[in-house]
Design a protein around this ligand. Structure first.
Ligand SMILES: [Cu+2]
Length: 158
C-alpha cells in the first residue's frame, strides 16, 4: 500500500513538473549564510514557459536584465525599486539579472534555461560593474559544475 502511494505521488510530481512553473526569487539584505545584498536563490534553473517572480522581501532592491546578457529573442525586463517583477522565459540560454543599486556589491543572479550555456561568453562581456562581474563568473562556474538530478528537479517543481 505504501509503495503504491509513493509511486502515485512520484507520478503526479513528474506530471506537474512538465507544466510551466512559477519560480520565486527573493531580494534580500542578508541571506541565511550571512551574505549581504543578495538574490535568493542566486542560480535560477528554469525551462521555457516558466515564470520567474522576483520578490522585494527587503527594501531598496530591484531586478532587471542587462543589455546583451540574455538569450537572443528573449525580451528584457526591468523591475522598479521595491516592486515585484516577473520574467517569462521564452528562450533557452543564460540571463544575468542585477539589482541596479547593488550590482557593484555583487547583487547578481543567473538564470539557466534548459542547461544551455552557449551564450556564457556573451554574458562575461556584458557591462556589470564592480563585484557584479566576479559574482556572475562564479555563478556560471557553479551552475556548470552542478547539473541537477531528476530528484532535485521534482523537488523544485513542487
Ligand atoms: Cu539590491
Amino acid at each position: 500500500m505504501k509503495t503504491t502511494l509513493l509511486a502515485t505521488t512520484l507520478l503526479i510530481g513528474s506530471a506537474i513538473s512538465s507544466f510551466a512553473d512559477t519560480i520565486e526569487v527573493e531580494m534580500l539584505n542578508q541571506n541565511e549564510a550571512g551574505d549581504r545584498m543578495v538574490f535568493s536563490p542566486e542560480i535560477i534553473r528554469a525551462e521555457v514557459g516558466d515564470v520567474i517572480r522576483f520578490i522585494p522581501t527587503d527594501n531598496s532592491h530591484n531586478a532587471q536584465s542587462v543589455k546583451d546578457a540574455l538569450p537572443e529573442g528573449q525580451e528584457d525586463f526591468r523591475g522598479r525599486m521595491n516592486q515585484e517583477v516577473e520574467y517569462t522565459v521564452t528562450e533557452a540560454g543564460l540571463t544575468a539579472v542585477i539589482c541596479l543599486p547593488h550590482q557593484v556589491m555583487g547583487m547578481v543572479a543567473l538564470v539557466v534555461v534548459g542547461d544551455d550555456f552557449s551564450n556564457a561568453d556573451q554574458l562575461l562581456d556584458a557591462r556589470i560593474p564592480g563585484k557584479g562581474m566576479e559574482k556572475l563568473e562564479t555563478l556560471i562556474e557553479e551552475a556548470r559544475a552542478t547539473v541537477p538530478t531528476a530528484e532535485d528537479a521534482a523537488e523544485q517543481g513542487s
